[in-house]
Ligand binder design. Structure first.
Ligand SMILES: Nc1nc2c(c(=O)[nH]1)N[C@H]1C(S)=C(S)[C@@H](COP(=O)(O)OP(=O)(O)OC[C@H]3O[C@@H](n4cnc5c(=O)[nH]c(N)nc54)[C@H](O)[C@@H]3O)O[C@H]1N2
Ligand SMILES: Nc1nc2c(c(=O)[nH]1)N[C@H]1C(S)=C(S)[C@@H](COP(=O)(O)OP(=O)(O)OC[C@H]3O[C@@H](n4cnc5c(=O)[nH]c(N)nc54)[C@H](O)[C@@H]3O)O[C@H]1N2
Ligand code: SF4
Ligand SMILES: [Mo]
Length: 740
């Protein structure tokens, strides 16, 4: 047999590492990092190295399925499209377009055209009900940008930072918060060049172990800590007064809003030393260049993600951490249109309170999209506009959405649930139709999404310098299989429903404007790639010539001066944010911010694990005999509970109870339990040793939530923990079971 060695892009996760894939006889057999690539230093992880096993897994769906009763039968994909199109037409005719919803999960990106074509389809049926995981992740990033306004040149971020402040984010596992590449080498080089690293995390996380300064507060105090740092910076005059004078409104109001956050009070509440807050503030403000970035931890732990992310932006703004006139833009983009950078502020814009109104909790559309946590309510709540059909593209609601009990009840009640997934997931098992897609190795790919995600937030994705890679499809689908590219489902449905031509359209991400393109004939996969890169700074054809990926620098790409007469300014004292800050300050004075309930003395915190991606890839090749997600506890807590590692614990919140397998982790704060999400099989009775533990069962969606984005409290959950006798049945009923 001959082995062909081909460079390609790993698309197991969104980090898009360049790899060398060995193909033997039409099968993927081996993966190594691509040392010829100029950016990633040959980096790969266990998931990427398991690409061959994932590709050829016996668990892969090779045919689409139709459920009748409890049985799934194979169905040819054209017949599936006929049936789904007819059912959608009937549902729309009877209940209107709003009754059809789309949920595009994290693996919507397997082909770059999937999400754009799915959105184009939703445009044509006229339904505003489009949902993504953004609103159960870090939606405050999108809303906060609207409230602050937008600097029209990139942040200093990855351009030679003197300081990085990482708040509840762990790039050694998740690749967020640093430029794409090799995390270990990045930190070594940046810190050798003088970068100071400040980490705020209740856990001594992988990145905290490298920190110049690690603050290990109680969870949920990030807003107070950031407000206190801002107070120190302004009080000591460490802010960038010239930048603020020229470009920013609200400085005095901000000074007043952070006044209550005295470091001594905040430190006492968060269980820090006052000197730690003061030192963090001084280190951040005096390092020259730098950036701050928050992760899932602080966004999920206080139900105030918009305020948290706003303070992150305010911190960067008062320190002037934005590129100025004449400075080099190291990454002007490659596959996106070249965006001219200008040293000026785009003023704030409405971030919520417009567009489609949800029927629950007063929620509306927002810059983060519609609240996914409210979609189960939209499905269950009878009345005009009730959602009756849901298409799930590369997501796993039954495990991922907060409040699993309500979510599963909602999914079961749908008239039509269509799931595009290559595994029989907990969500697929509830579907009427499961569509079997091609895998990434059977489709072309490019790094376009990595470039666009940069606009999502400062310190978020993308490479330091302009970089891109393209890969053709490398494998044929297995003989006898019937698999389609995900976007082809939406194409097939629109044709059968007799809808007007789909139109690939406008501004998918802030900052990048796409020209709407009508699609009259069905495009090929490659044609779609070309359409998505029309007007790119570097033609896709040029990128294609560099199979190992390449840098496309432009030494003349500089920040242009402010336009004459431009009067846009950023706002560091948005009215809603100042009012919310006052509310946090009031509680701060009263106690430590949230009510302590002695019946639920522990706090459950979110975390991620290297070998999985949310619910995906938890397979033998990656989990190596550990298919469950341990409940990590500090030794002191294990001793107090009388539990040894490997034994079972019962974890109970106000909402429900779950069983988990205890594991020791002395990097945690005592009193916390840290568990990865998206495990379990979707039911209370699941065998924890086989499928792990669902943390989403413990959550409410309607008790504490960000009032702008609807994101509920998803971490820092008050729980009780006890040793669990496997013979005792789990009593899972919380007060809200069955209520909606
Ligand atoms: N309690 C709690 N809940 C959380 C979180 C938390 O921290 N705690 N985190 C939240 C966050 S940040 C997110 S982003 C969401 C994630 O929410 P989702 O996106 O809904 O969940 P994933 O598990 O990422 O779903 C990915 C799906 O893609 C499928 N897949 C794998 N390969 C392919 C492919 O080639 N094609 C297709 N079509 N599908 C494929 C996988 O089988 C899997 O079912 O979960 C959220 N939920
Ligand atoms: N290997 C791998 N990579 C992934 C994923 C995966 O599942 N596996 N998921 C992907 C997805 S969808 C996302 S959204 C990103 C997320 O990427 P990250 O945001 O980096 O996610 P985590 O690794 O969970 O890091 C969250 C950190 O927050 C801390 N934390 C918890 N509560 C608090 C708090 O109140 N305050 C502070 N300051 N910290 C707190 C936790 O201890 C943890 O270390 O990762 C992506 N990358
Ligand atoms: S981090 Fe791992 S899974 Fe993600 S792209 Fe790189 S090798 Fe693939
Ligand atoms: Mo996420």
């Amino acid at each position: 047999m001959t082995i062909t060695r081909v460079p390609t892009i790993c698309r197991v996760c969104t980090h898009n590492c360049p790899i060398i894939l060995d193909i033997e006889d039409g099968r993927a057999v081996h993966v190594v990092g691509d040392k010829e690539n100029p950016v990633y230093d040959g980096y790969t992880c266990i998931k990427g190295r398991s690409y061959p096993e994932l590709q050829h897994s016996p668990d892969r769906l090779l045919h689409s399925l139709h459920r009748s009763g409890d049985r799934f039968e194979p169905i040819p994909s054209p017949v599936l499209m006929d049936e789904v199109a007819a059912q959608l037409q009937a549902i729309i005719a009877e209940h209107g377009p709003r009754s059809v919803a789309l949920y595009a999960g994290t693996n919507m990106k397997m082909h770059p055209a999937n999400f754009p074509v799915a959105l184009a389809f939703m445009d044509r049926i006229g339904s505003p009900m489009r949902f993504t995981p953004n609103t159960i992740d870090q939606p405050g990033k999108s809303t906060a940008q609207g409230l602050l306004g937008q600097w029209m040149a990139p942040p200093q971020a990855f351009s030679d930072p003197g300081v990085a402040l990482l708040i509840g984010i762990n790039p050694f596992v998740t690749y967020n918060g640093i430029p794409d590449g090799h995390p270990g080498k990045y930190f070594r080089r940046a810190m050798d060049a003088g970068m100071k690293l400040i980490v705020i995390d209740p856990r001594r996380s992988d990145v905290a172990k490298r920190a110049t300064l690690h603050l290990q507060p109680k969870a949920g105090h990030d807003i107070a800590i950031l407000a206190s740092m801002i107070r120190v910076i302004l009080a000591e005059g460490l802010h960038d007064a010239a930048f603020l004078d020229g470009n920013v409104d609200g400085l005095e109001a901000l000074r007043g809003a952070v006044a209550p956050f005295e470091p001594s009070i905040v430190a006492a509440n968060a269980d820090l030393e006052v000197e730690q807050i003061v030192e963090a503030a001084r280190m951040f403000a005096t390092a020259g260049r730098g950036y701050a970035v928050g992760g899932t931890g602080p966004n999920m732990s206080a139900a105030r993600g918009t305020l948290f992310e706003y303070l992150v932006l305010v911190l960067d703004t008062i320190c002037g951490h934005w590129l100025r006139e004449g400075e080099l833009v190291r990454n002007p983009g490659v596959l996106i249109p070249g965006v001219s950078a200008k040293a000026q502020a785009k003023p704030p814009k409405p971030a919520y309170g417009y567009g489609e109104k949800l029927r629950v909790r007063g929620l509306t559309d927002s810059l983060a999209g519609l609240s996914t946590a409210a979609l189960p309510d939209e499905i269950l709540e009878p009345g005009d506009g009730q959602v009756r059909a849901l298409i799930v593209l590369g997501g796993n609601p039954a495990l991922a959405w907060p409040d699993q009990i309500k979510t599963v009840e909602a999914l079961r009640s749908l008239d039509l649930l269509v799931v595009i997934d290559n595994r029989m997931t907990a969500t697929a098992k509830l579907a009427h139709y499961v569509v079997a897609p091609k895998t990434t190795l059977e489709m072309p790919g490019m790094t376009l999404n990595r470039e666009m995600i940069r606009w999502y937030a400062t310190g978020w994705g993308g490479t330091t310098d302009a970089y891109a890679q393209y890969t053709p499809a490398l494998l044929e689908p297995p003989a006898g299989s019937d698999v389609i590219e995900d976007w082809e489902l939406f194409w097939g449905l629109h044709e059968r429903m007799g809808l007007p031509p789909l139109q690939l359209g406008g501004g998918l991400f802030a900052g990048v404007k796409f020209e709407p393109t009508p699609l009259v004939e069905k495009p090929s996969s490659e044609e779609l790639m070309a359409l998505l890169t029309v007007g790119s700074r570097i033609p896709l054809e040029t990128v294609k010539q560099h199979r190992h990926g390449a840098l496309f620098p432009d030494p003349d790409y500089r920040v242009e001066p402010k336009e004459a007469g431009w009067d846009g300014r950023l706002d560091v004292a948005n009215d809603d944010m100042v009012a919310d800050l006052a509310d946090v300050a009031d509680r701060l004075r009263a106690s430590d911010g949230r009510e302590e309930d002695p019946a639920f003395p522990y706090r459950l915190l979110c975390r991620r694990m290297m070998h999985v991606y949310n619910s995906a890839y938890n397979e033998a090749a990656t989990h190596r005999g550990r298919p469950f997600n341990p409940a990590f506890l500090h030794s002191t807590d294990l001793d107090a509970l009388g539990v040894s590692p490997g034994e079972l614990v019962m974890i109970r919140s106000q909402r429900a109870a779950v069983v988990a397998i205890a594991e020791r982790d002395d990097d945690l704060r005592p009193g916390t339990v840290s568990i990865a999400h998206c495990y379990g099989g979707g039911e209370a009775s699941d065998d924890v040793r086989a499928v792990g533990t669902s943390t989403s069962r413990l959550l409410f969606v309607d008790q504490e939530f960000d009032r702008y984005t609807g994101q509920p409290l998803m971490s820092n959950i008050a729980v009780a923990i006890a040793a669990h006798d496997p013979l005792t049945p789990i009593e899972t009923d919380g007060p809200h079971v069955g209520e909606h």
